[in-house]
Design a protein around this ligand. Sequence first.
Ligand code: NAD
Length: 456
Amino acid sequence: MTQLSDSVAALRSSFDTRKTRPEAWRRGQLQRLKAMIEENESAINQALHADLGKSGFEARMTETGTVLSEIRHTLSHLKGWMKPRKVSTPLANQPGRSRILPEPLGVVLIMSPWNYPVNLVLTPLIGAIAAGNCAVLKPSEISSNTAELLGRLIPAYMDPDAIRVIQGGPETSTELLEQRFDHIFFTGSEAIGKIVMTAAAKHLTPVTLELGGKSPCIIHEDCDLEVAARRVAWGKFLNAGQTCIAPDYVLVQEKVRDAFIDQLRASIEAFFGEDPKASPDYPRIVNERHFDRVAGLIADGDIAAGGETDRDIKFIAPTILTGVDPEAKVMQQEIFGPVLPIMTYRSIDEAVGFITARPRPLALYLFTNAQDIQDQVMAQTSSGGACINDVVMHLAIPELPFGGVGTSGMGAYHGRASFDTFSHAKAVLTKTSHLDVKLRYPPFSKIKLRLLKWFQ
Ligand code: NAD
């Protein structure tokens, strides 16, 4: 056995002791996770800065703060979620009582990407713990400072019998995926998602895939262009565009295109000054490979703002592109960087048609005050989630399940959805032996058939 399979086997033995099942263990581990973040926030911030140039504010808003809110929400609802849920029992099975008992799945694998390397490891972990599972965490090797820090903190704070970190790149991941898990929760790209699902199929392991895609943003002529541009610029240039639900491209009503671009330029300058390279609030691209990929996309359009790059410090300015061909590379792949193509439409039907002709995105954004247009776009498009008159923020609503559809993923998490994802809903019917109606037993008769039809 390898060290890695030993680790998984050790967790399986712990799970079999049932130590992770009591509510007290789950609460205790969630409290430890909370303490881990609170006591090490500055070390976490430093690691995030070293990996991605994230400011302390952004680190709090999108990483540590998000995880802490999720822990709080989970602690306050855990008792209710763990309770058996009663459902009604039809007459044919009376006297009887039907319940749904949530039970933990076992040993789960959580594989995470580099763009929110704290949040995307720990938020799924909260769900796994809340549901009473053991977990193997595989942070991304690309955000190496954060991965190394989590590799030190997790064993120091969390129950080592139940939660372990495995470090490594594709080779380790491949070996890890050969093990049998009871669930795999993967966040990352579509390409690796397929590898994960193929590996999971060998053990019939269920998967949650949190993937990416091109999330469109419709700007309709009636909206408040100044607020819309500010929110779009914020959501797009947050983490320098390396956000799975960043608005990938804009579809703006033709008549207001120039006014919207002016407002976008003004927002970029208000956020990061005339020289975003000098702003302490503007992050960097994670590595040279991603820098080269994103910088290469700028040539696909006319630069309406930004365009500057500096490979030595992995800086790409907030960039707006116009005149982009829908067949160009920038419109064919998830951008995952600070480059925003602006396309135009004449009628809302045309915008809807453009979106529905493409793979279903992780998020869809729509800025309009017109109720009929809001209703039409929500009814005629499909996306993992959506925000009307804002971007990204639907992710921060704990009662909204977060996940993709089609190529943007399968399954969901956050709040109750996380608990459900990491639980099996066991269906239990309890009967009594005192009364045994003979209808279902042979020999059958016409009378029995008539009675059966009445019951069913
Ligand atoms: P990635 O798919 O390259 O990596 C994700 C994980 O898979 C990492 O832990 C990595 O080590 C592992 N991995 C890499 N190669 C592997 C292989 N050959 N076999 C097995 N495992 C392998 O993704 P990334 O570049 O880290 O992240 C960017 C992608 O993640 C984007 O597509 C983005 O949209 C998506 N994403 C989605 C969400 C979401 O919540 N839906 C959140 C963040 C990022």
